[in-house]
Design a binder for this molecule. Structure first.
Ligand code: DCP
Length: 121
């Protein structure tokens, strides 16, 4: 039987943040999880994701031509990026969820959507 349990809980940034904190604490790894170390770990994992795409050329959405093991590999590397990002934000005292929502608002102001009703056909 697999050691990895099926995940059956609602996922939120907060849940992942708390799980990462618990993971580090249980291993006495808090002293490794400094902002700079986490940033380097994050960039390393982005590199691992890039390697999966390397030399493939442009890839259609949904990755229809990829082998199952390649998709599984990608599904294992993308979470590392997310988890290190969440932990980095936590160790920097930034509420990532709130900051992302605020950034979406700022993006919408900076790049307003065209108003369909005032445009000429
Ligand atoms: N000091 C560490 C080491 C690991 N991790 C956690 C966060 C990542 O989700 C994952 C990264 O583990 P690995 O460094 O073993 O990276 P991979 O899982 O990508 O393994 P590999 O590089 O062999 O593909 O483990 C962590 O929180 N703190």
């Amino acid at each position: 039987m697999s050691e990895v349990e099926e995940v059956d809980e609602r996922v939120s940034l907060d849940l992942l943040k708390h799980k990462m904190a618990k993971f580090a604490k249980e291993r006495d790894w808090d002293h490794f999880h400094t902002p700079r170390n986490l940033l380097l770990a994050l960039v390393g994992e982005v590199g691992e994701v890039s390697e999966i795409f390397q030399w493939k050329g442009e890839v259609p959405k949904g990755l229809p031509d990829w082998k199952e093991e390649e998709k599984i590999h990608l599904g294992e590397e993308l979470p590392d990026v997310l988890l290190y990002l969440i932990r980095l934000a936590d160790m920097c005292g930034i509420d990532l969820g709130k900051a992302a929502l605020r950034k979406l608002q700022l993006n919408a102001i900076k790049y307003p959507a065209p108003n369909k009703y005032t445009q000429h056909p």
